[in-house]
Design a protein around this ligand. Structure first.
Ligand code: NAP
Length: 486
């Protein structure tokens, strides 16, 4: 299948750090369909050759395992082309149309054209509108939208309106790269491909669910972007809520995009709504101060480059919510994310209830299933076992550790690689539909509003810790603890 992939923002950070390495891996693994062309687009005046040289230099900064040899890069580079375009100028899209219609690098016409928008989202409406004007929105065109898709519900709706005026919903691929992680697909496989867990996957057997997306890095060079965004918009509205839907959804009737997305949407619609009072009680916002992270002294947010003085942007959020339906009534879902935390750790922890009656010493620990997303991918099932010595000996915690990296080493694909291949193949299962995305924005809006109306601002926490103490209190109030505190 011949494809054209147009990378708008082809000289940007996302392009060289994530997308090009992912495309290279797909090519190296032999998964990129034959006869593809990759067209990088930006305003710089570069030839194909200078773009290839530029990218080769960038690739030197990519981690070892993902770095091509000279010989590999030479062959991969044959797919790469470059076109200078100013996306804000209508005339430039005619040049794009002409390039796509040309036989540069390939004789036949593309079966599929992927428009990957890796630029600032401010450009999304104009790019989509202009693609439509230039007739570049035919049924074989797919448009990929990177986060952040809007700043609030109104701006997300505005982007979606423009996208929908040009493309059908099934042509729009909204990326949430957490959904491309192998552990998330294995969560679905575990739930819906096996009989073991589904009967237990409910309020009668599960005490609480915790989703943690913790980073040790600070805002780095993105102080300006981050101080306008904050952790709620950057991580909770999209990634954490998407993970929550994958954990909480009902079994879809079929493994097809809309069956899955309908179930995810139902979860989002069942989430307990926040009120000004419940935001004060159930949501903790924090901001990091100078401390010690990753073994070295680090600055606080307010000392970081390009962060406005006195910024009240939150770099940490912990919240408690519930999915209000028969399966989950009363089960707390705790979501937590932050920068400059004690560890780089992204995981979903499903804490089961304790056995109703204990007959062994040491039987006070409940089972838990840990779905690990970062730093490595895997599933861990924590059980209690007898060492086998004496009757009176306490049970010992053991864990069944499914290390996907080892188990499926030859088939491992990274999140972006997987998602890019899915776009080319037209598989929408792991992409977010506009109604899901708007529902998620609607759910966080009362929190954004309550914070705007409350000038106490975020709680400070020291870099290198697990955030404000109030986050522990939030969970302790229900008689539970975050997994690292157990
Ligand atoms: P970036 O480094 O600033 O790159 C922006 C790209 O867009 C550059 O190639 C730039 O090229 C191009 N561009 C800007 N205005 C243009 C115009 N009028 N016409 C043509 N090209 C134009 O940004 P980024 O970090 O790659 O991020 C891109 C998007 O992805 C942002 O929305 C960001 O929030 C999102 N994102 C980034 C990351 C990440 O890790 N970087 C992760 C997730 C999401 P020229 O200036 O040379 O034209």
């Amino acid at each position: 299948m011949a494809f054209d992939l147009v990378l708008f923002g082809g000289t940007g950070d996302l392009a060289w750090r994530k997308l090009m390495p992912a495309l290279f891996q797909a090519w190296r693994h032999g998964k990129l369909p034959e006869g593809g062309r990759i067209l990088a687009v930006s305003r710089q005046d570069l030839s194909d050759e200078t773009y290839r040289t530029w990218l080769k230099e960038r690739f030197a900064e990519v981690e070892d395992a993902k770095r091509p040899s000279d010989e590999e890069f030479g062959r991969f580079a044959a797919l790469l082309h470059y076109l200078r375009l100013d996306l804000s100028k209508a005339d430039d899209y005619q040049r794009l149309a002409a390039w796509l219609a040309s036989s540069t690098g390939r004789a036949s016409k593309a079966d599929v054209v992927v428009m990957f928008l890796a630029t600032s989202p401010d450009l999304f409406p104009v790019v989509c509108a202009q693609l439509g004007q230039a007739g570049l929105n035919g049924p074989n065109v797919r448009v990929v939208l990177e986060k952040p898709l809007g700043h609030d519900l109104a701006s997300a709706q505005q982007i979606n309106r423009v996208v929908r005026s040009v493309f059908a919903e099934e042509q729009a691929y909204r990326i949430d790269h957490y959904l491309g992680k192998p552990a998330v697909q294995n969560l679905t496989a575990l739930r819906f491909g096996n009989v073991l867990f589904e009967p237990l996957w409910r309020r009668e057997c599960i005490a609480n669910i915790q989703i943690t997306l913790a980073e040790t890095i600070g805002v780095g060079t993105r102080g300006d972007f981050y101080s306008r965004t904050g952790a709620l918009r950057d991580m909770i509205q999209n990634h954490a809520l998407q993970l929550l839907t994958m954990v909480a959804m009902e079994p879809p009737s079929r493994n097809v995009a809309d069956a899955i997305r309908d179930e995810k949407l139902k979860v989002l619609r069942s989430l307990k709504r926040f009120t000004p009072e419940s935001v004060g009680r159930d949501v903790v916002r924090g901001q990091y101060r100078a401390g010690n992270a990753d073994g070295k002294a680090t600055a606080g947010l307010l000392e970081e480059a390009n962060v406005p003085p006195g910024s009240t942007t939150e770099t940490f959020v912990a919240l408690r919510t519930e999915v209000q339906n028969w399966r989950w009534a009363g089960v707390p879902f705790y979501l937590r994310t932050g920068k400059r935390l004690a560890a780089r750790d992204a995981q979903i922890v499903v804490n089961f209830r304790a056995t109703p009656h204990a007959i062994f010493p040491g039987q006070n620990r409940a089972n838990k299933l840990v779905i690990k997303l970062q730093p490595e991918d895997g599933l861990e099932l924590h059980l209690l076992a007898a060492k086998g010595a004496g009757q009176s000996e306490a049970l010992t915690p053991v864990s069944l550790d499914l290390d996907f990296d080892k188990a499926f080493a030859e088939n491992r694909v990274g999140a972006y690689e997987r998602l890019l291949l899915d776009v080319i193949a037209g598989r929408l299962n792991l992409f977010v539909r506009s109604d899901e995305q708007e529902e998620a924005w609607g759910w966080v809006e009362p929190v954004l509003k309550a914070w705007r109306d409350d000038d106490t601002g975020p709680r400070p926490y020291l870099a290198g810790t697990w955030g404000p103490a109030a986050a522990s209190a939030l969970v302790a109030r229900d008689g539970f603890a975050w997994s690292e505190e157990e």
